[in-house]
Design a binder for this molecule. Structure first.
Ligand code: GDP
Length: 295
């Protein structure tokens, strides 16, 4: 069982058990209750609507009149949304991972956890402090680099992020590092600047390290629910996002945002943050997520 999903389960699973309990009829009222339960769990209005429409059609086609049978259909529906078009994430070497997201979502912590995870998998990892906008961001990343014992390349606050990345890549190549993880500044209020900054960083990577595979992970805070979805939409416009890391899934009742993000943005959820510690990051697995909700 995925214990960290406890609050989400208390919210959604309990409600589903009630709505889809044995003996209830499949009718318009049932679908309304189900719709409410999904929206309250932050599955999002659009995604909920799609799910409900599909369930209505399937129950009709398959002649399902009993509410508890709708459970299986719903589980299948959610699993299909989460799995659609998703290729498994394979860590190759060399790889450069750009971490983007607004401040406070857990970017720094996630970089620390990722570095730890990859080191455990036998990879050499380097951090690059390319969020040069805040001195605190550089300091915090350094704390994590020490904690997980990995090298870090940093410049002073206010320096050019692309030039820190440039230095990072030279150093990584010289040392034969497998995975370079770059922090970036998440100033969404100035979309044009952010886009320009990320484009410059990307250009440096493509020019200096063309043999490396590049992944751009967007970090989102699950506790912010629909706000996270809004942020994701904007980041998708400014950068070539290849995956989502959803933090703070522990302790939130809004876990349905996982489903909304995947359905509305069609971006794979790669990792989930489930606590503040170094070990509290898991590769996202659609199967165990769905069975945790429906068990
Ligand atoms: P940043 O500003 O995006 O770099 O965010 P930080 O990495 O500094 O994290 C902000 C806060 O969120 C810190 O107090 C972290 O300990 C906390 N945090 C990050 N990830 C998680 C998570 O998965 N679960 C919980 N409960 N807290 C987290």
């Amino acid at each position: 069982m995925l214990n960290f999903l406890q609050k989400f389960k208390e919210n959604l699973t309990a409600k589903l058990n009630e709505v889809l309990s044995f003996g209830k009829k499949v009718d318009e009222e049932l679908f309304e209750e189900l719709e409410e339960a999904l929206i309250l769990a932050d599955v999002g209005v659009d995604t909920t609507y799609k799910i409900i429409q599909s369930l209505k059609q399937k129950t009709k086609e398959e002649k399902i009149f009993e509410a508890s049978k709708v459970r299986e259909l719903l589980a299948q529906e959610i699993y299909e949304i989460l799995q659609k078009d998703v290729e498994p994430f394979v860590l190759t070497s060399p790889m450069v991972i750009l971490i983007v997201g607004v401040n406070g979502v857990g970017k720094t912590t996630t970089i620390g956890k990722l570095a730890h995870l990859y080191k455990k998998q036998g990879k050499s990892v380097m951090m690059v402090a390319a969020d040069t906008f805040r001195a605190a961001a550089i300091d915090q990343l350094e704390v994590w680099a020490k904690r997980v014992n990995c090298p870090i390349i940093k410049h002073q606050e206010g320096s050019d992020p692309a030039s820190v990345v440039f230095d990072g890549l030279q150093s990584a190549k010289a040392r034969g590092i497998d995975v370079v993880i770059c922090d970036t500044a998440g100033r969404l209020h100035n979309k044009k600047n952010l886009m320009e900054e990320l484009r410059k960083i990307r250009k440096v990577i493509d020019r200096e390290y063309s043999e490396a595979r590049v992944e751009t992970f967007l970090v989102l805070d699950a506790t912010t629910g629909q706000n996270a979805l809004q942020q994701a939409k904007i980041f998708k416009e400014v950068a070539d996002i290849t995956g989502i890391i959803l933090t703070k899934l522990d302790g939130t009742a809004k876990g349905g945002i996982v489903i909304a993000i995947k359905e509305e943005l069609n971006l794979p959820i790669r990792y989930i943050g489930i606590g503040e510690g170094m070990e509290d990051l898991q590769a996202f697995d659609a199967k165990s997520f769905v069975s945790a909700i429906f068990q």
